[in-house]
Design a protein around this ligand. Structure first.
Ligand code: BES
Ligand code: MN
Ligand code: ZN
Length: 492
């Protein structure tokens, strides 16, 4: 989607959108149209019970000279404190027009005295909502094909282009995440995941370091290798480093679970719905997208994004329930359930990250447990943290971006449930509190003094229905959250 900003409405054909606050006088807002068009718009809005609720849209066709123009009245509601309002408005307009036959949309903000940031948000919402991945659809009917190519936002302030540059970097990041999440597991596996990221970040100044199986073996990453050993696809650990702070301060470290397909391994999952496990790399996808966004806007912070990539398959070489593996930390793990593989790959990635970068802050994102979806559904990711300040900062970034998180507990009583009779810890506890015990497992690998947060994003990566900023499918959850968390807390 091409997004641009202009002082005046362009020439030629386009659909025209006029945003309206609750209290605006309609006839004034439509002052640039002729009398007939204004009356038609007013009457048809009423007939559609258009009450200017935030992001509600009413549609009319008016005649302008010898052309018929589609006119969309779009509500702004009455609240001026809703940070997400303009993104929703852009998203609603794009959803309405995406396959409508219209190729161009003009959003006319003249007279609303909005800030440049608000105009940029409209563009962001429209572009984010329009994202689709049609490369495997060779038989899309003419009517199902997207037509909308361009959004021109008219009459916003001067700061718009600067604001847009930031949001367009964020969009690039979200698009990368959605692409990685959407691609099937025969296309995106550990090696190709790394290559896709490399291509997406070429020339941005992000340093790539990749560990292969040999390196992992030398480092003693027995937990990660145990998960990978049942697959023909070799695992990878990808570390992407962005040094934007201009000094040698310690980086913020982000770690993402990248199981490119999760069959469950020998503890195999039921067939129904297993195809969803192609997006079990959503944590790694979010980390990659966040690095794309952060580097794309040249963030003044030092950030390392780590994707721990493996495929969890059943095979003659696969690990068995009851196997004991030794993690890089030295702690031994009894593998009760080979389907609790996320924590096994993450623990070694966390140990490596902490030894390598000695960070003060470590944030991991993972589609870790089905239990998380039972707890919070698809509204919030669960956040588990050993530091109230860090949890608070992530919560605030979530509220500001719409990538919401809800705090969940940790504690010794939960932690004890993960003791193993044969090893230091087991990878699966009782059925109850499954997301919490998964988090306490990870916590055993957090080193002294490190402020750590774990985000269980199992309910957020994929959506079965369209939302305000996405169509059904990959949401891109976490990219805006991490980008904002860095921007608000680590850039001066
Ligand atoms: N990737 C799954 C968790 C998941 C399930 C994410 C559904 C999204 C949707 C994870 O590896 C898993 O299988 N977890 C098990 C843990 C259990 C064996 C302790 C689960 O949640 O059942
Ligand atoms: Mn699993
Ligand atoms: Zn998994």
């Amino acid at each position: 989607m091409k997004i641009s900003f202009a002082a005046q409405r362009p020439e030629g054909s386009y659909a025209l959108a006029m945003p309206l606050w609750s209290e605006d006088v309609l006839m004034d807002r439509l002052g640039s149209l002729d009398e007939t068009a204004r009356t038609l718009a007013a009457r048809s809005a009423e007939a559609q019970r258009f009450e200017r609720d935030a992001a509600a849209v009413a549609e009319t066709f008016i005649s302008e000279g010898d052309r018929v123009r589609r006119l969309l009245l779009v509500g702004l509601g009455g609240r001026r404190d809703d940070e997400a309002l303009f993104e929703k408005v852009g998203g609603a307009l794009a959803a309405k027009l995406l396959t409508s036959g219209e190729m161009r949309l003009v959003v006319d903000l003249t007279g609303l005295s909005l800030r440049g940031a608000d105009a940029a948000r409209i563009g962001f919402g429209a572009a984010a909502r329009s994202w689709r991945y049609d490369i495997y659809r060779t038989k899309l009917s003419r009517k199902a094909k997207p037509t909308l190519e361009e959004v021109v936002i008219v009459g916003a302030g001067d700061a718009t282009e600067v604001e847009w540059a930031r949001r367009s970097a964020l969009l690039e990041g979200i698009s990368l995440t959605r692409e990685l999440v959407t691609e099937p597991a025969n296309i995106i596996y550990p090696v190709s995941f790394v290559e896709r990221c490399r291509a997406a970040m070429e020339g941005l100044g992000v340093d790539f370091e990749v560990l292969d199986e040999n390196a992992m073996r030398q480092l003693g990453m027995g937990a990660l290798l145990g998960v990978a050993q049942g697959s023909e696809q070799p695992p990878r650990l990808l570390a992407m480093r962005w040094n934007g702070a201009g000094d040698t301060s310690k980086p913020i470290v982000l770690v993402g679970k990248g199981i490119t397909f999760d069959t469950g391994g020998i503890s195999i999952k039921p067939a129904a719905g297993m195809e969803a496990m192609k997006w079990d790399m959503g944590g790694a996808g979010a980390v990659a997208g966040a690095m794309r966004a952060i580097a794309g806007r040249k963030a003044k912070a030092n950030v390392v994004g780590i994707c721990v990539l493996a495929e969890n398959m059943p095979d003659g070489k696969a690990q068995r329930p009851g196997d004991v593996v030794t993690s890089m930390s030295g702690q031994t793990i009894e593998v009760i359930n080979t389907d609790a593989e996320g924590r096994l790959v993450l623990c070694d990635a966390m140990t490596w990250a902490q030894r390598q970068y000695r960070p003060d802050y470590l944030v991991d994102l993972a589609t870790l447990t089905g239990a998380m979806i039972i707890s919070l559904g698809h509204e919030y990711a669960g956040i588990f943290s050993n530091d109230d300040g860090l949890a608070e900062r992530l919560t605030r970034a979530g509220l500001a971006t719409g990538d919401k998180v809800w705090r969940m507990p940790l504690g010794e009583v939960y932690d004890k449930l993960m003791d193993s009779p044969i090893a230091d810890i087991k990878n699966s506890g009782p059925r109850e509190a499954g997301s919490i015990t998964a988090a306490t497992f990870l916590q055993r690998f957090v080193e002294e003094g490190v402020k750590w947060a774990h985000l269980d994003i199992a309910g957020m990566v994929w959506s079965d229905k369209p939302g305000t900023l996405w169509d059904k499918g990959a949401t891109g959850y976490g990219v805006a959250l991490l980008d904002r968390f860095i921007a608000d807390n680590f850039e001066s």
